[in-house]
Write a protein that binds this ligand. Structure first.
Ligand code: DQQ
Length: 576
């Protein structure tokens, strides 16, 4: 208790690296902690509509797929405790991606090729419709190897049993590879030559890389000589994901799709920073080379799906609704002691539909449409001015488990007179937001929402925008500030931020949607251009004591053109 704030950040980073990052072959098993599984799991701050098992630790989403009318989600799970360890592939199924039924774990250590762990991987649907799984196993020498698993019974839409053939591993690290940094195979795709391709995340010294393998039969794999893609000083590339996106429209594409009118996305999760980055680029199916567009950076100043607690994500193509869906792990901000006491740690963020922005410069994301089925009682506000330094409460519904959409209108303001943008922060929205927090007055902004706020506002999480002038253009900053989210001192309370690629002078307005769920806030700025997820653990703003406000701490008055907020119902979430 009482960790001084100054060292808290470092302390949490070290902690996170230890629990879930697993640095190089450093996967630790907290044996002494695992017996501390409480009889009663603390439900006070458990999420209501986010994916979570009844208890214990979860991390990466694995091998999401759709088969015979059923969505499957596998995930890294510790069946014995609320800390990382004993990892198996837990398995849940759903008809709507909202209500989930738990099944027995699909893959767990049994064979020499995975005896020390069954780590992350992906699913591929073969041309005849057979789903298969590729995952990383940890062998007796602690080497990371890639294994295959098949469903035992293809007529079972629940795919309850999986078989790991004895010819595993199908890809083992050669001497020229780093055997403790060689993991997380992607979904495979079929080339024009009818050979399969798959990427495996790795690093060599400090250079992060994705290694490409090819196979004719999915059993015998050969490493392709040229590096598929790599970047200096990025460290281990965990959980790579590689897929095509249509240049126009929201429609998703199967991972093996090729032809005109598409771009490709390569996403990597950087073990060094515990954040993810993606590039948009061109993939040449004949030469097997991927070239990121000049606008997309390859490193830690690049594009991110989410600027907050969001890691080890994975997409899959949903053939039923012809869309690509993104799953991401919303890692914890709570302390290990609190996780042990609660009896659970980690959730999956709400699945998001993902597609290319018409500008081609970035991806857009939006919570899957099925989420709307959980909306209950609502309030609707129109045309309300929030004066400089003022705020109002959104009353009439409970807001600890809610979905709120708001549109701010700045069209009548003189945007030529806003604060000048300091170019030193061009690549660091987070640093800018730390200085220009929710209470630091600007000209236009900060304005936005206070969510999970206590009635006296001692606790509140701020989600807000701020507008700057940069030469002839404007810069829009979106922040999610958790520094005042809880009175508890033992938490990681970062300010997360990203820029919003928006010509605010032209649009005259900006929108925000926040999914609030007891201990998580997932926010989508300007229709999914900039997304930020935070885990928060209020000590006062809990249940019916949680409030929702709209605030404006800028000098200019802001108009809320419309606001809608819904109470969210509880789906059936992995109840036995
Ligand atoms: N988690 C898995 C690894 C992966 C890491 C182990 C990312 O396969 O690299 O639980 O969070």
């Amino acid at each position: 208790m009482g960790t001084p704030h100054g060292v808290l950040g470092t302390w949490v980073v070290i902690l996170l690296l230890h629990w879930c990052g697993l640095g190089e072959a450093s996967h630790q098993v907290f044996t002494e902690l695992q017996s501390v599984s409480p009889a009663v799991v603390d439900t006070k701050l458990r999420t209501g509509y986010h994916f979570q098992p009844p208890k214990h630790w979860i991390n990466d989403p694995n091998g999401p797929l759709y088969y015979k009318g059923i969505y499957h989600l596998f995930y890294q799970y510790n069946p014995k405790g609320a800390v990382w360890g004993n990892i198996v592939w837990a398995h849940s199924i759903s008809k709507d991606l909202i209500n989930w039924i738990p099944l027995e774990p699909a893959i767990y250590p049994t064979k020499p090729f995975d005896i020390n762990g069954c780590w992350s991987g992906s699913a591929t649907i073969l041309q005849d419709g057979t789903p298969i799984i590729l995952y990383t196993g940890i062998d007796p020498k602690e080497h990371q190897v890639q294994n295959i698993a098949f469903p035992k019974n293809l007529s079972d839409p629940y795919l309850q049993e999986w078989v790991k053939p004895d010819y595993n591993p199908i890809i083992a690290p050669t001497v020229r590879l780093n055997a403790s940094a060689f993991r997380d195979p992607t979904t495979a795709w079929l080339g024009l030559d009818k050979h399969w391709r798959v990427l495996v995340g790795s690093k060599w010294n400090k250079r992060g890389k994705a290694i490409l393998y090819r196979s004719r039969d999915f059993k015998n794999w050969t490493m392709v000589k040229h590096p598929f893609h790599s970047a200096v000083n990025t460290g281990m590339w965990e959980c790579p994901d590689f897929y095509p996106v249509a240049e126009k429209g929201k429609i998703g594409l199967d991972t093996s799709m090729h032809g005109r009118g598409m771009k490709h996305v390569l996403k990597v999760s950087l073990d060094l920073t515990r954040f993810e980055y993606y590039t948009i680029g061109t993939y040449d199916h004949t030469t097997d080379r991927y070239l990121p567009d000049a606008t997309a950076m390859d490193n830690s100043s690049g594009l991110r799906y989410d600027y907050g607690n969001f890691y080890a994500s994975k997409t899959f193509y949903d053939p039923e609704k012809k869309r690509r869906i993104l799953w991401g792990w919303a890692n914890e901000s709570d302390s290990v002691d609190a996780d042990k006491a609660k009896g659970w740690a980690g959730i999956q963020a709400i699945p998001r539909t993902i597609w290319l922005d018409p500008s081609g410069r970035q991806l857009l994301q939006w919570p899957i449409e099925e989420l709307r089925t959980l909306r209950g009682k609502q309030v609707h506000i129109r045309d309300k001015i929030v004066k400089s330094g003022d705020y109002f409460e959104v009353k009439g519904i409970q807001t600890a488990q809610a979905d709120v959409k708001v549109e701010f209108d700045v069209s009548s303001l003189n945007l030529e007179k806003v604060e000048p943008f300091d170019y030193a922060f061009s690549n660091d929205a987070q640093a800018l937001c730390k200085i220009k927090g929710a209470d630091v007055k600007g000209r236009v902004g900060p304005f936005g929402l206070w969510v999970l706020a206590s009635s006296n506002m001692q606790e509140k999480t701020a989600v807000f925008f701020r507008i700057f002038k940069a030469g002839e253009k404007h810069v829009v900053l979106m922040c999610q500030d958790t520094t005042r989210s809880s009175l508890s001192p033992d938490l990681y309370k970062p300010t997360f931020a990203g820029f919003v690629d928006l010509d605010i002078k032209k649009t005259g307005k900006i929108s925000l949607r926040s999914l609030i769920d007891h201990s998580v806030v997932e926010s989508f700025g300007e229709k999914g251009k900039t997304c930020i997820t935070s885990r928060v653990y209020p000590s006062l703003a809990i249940g019916s004591d949680a409030h929702l406000f709209v605030f404006n701490n800028g000098e200019e008055n802001i108009r809320v053109s419309k606001l809608k907020s819904w109470e969210m119902k509880r789906p059936s979430m992995n109840e036995a």
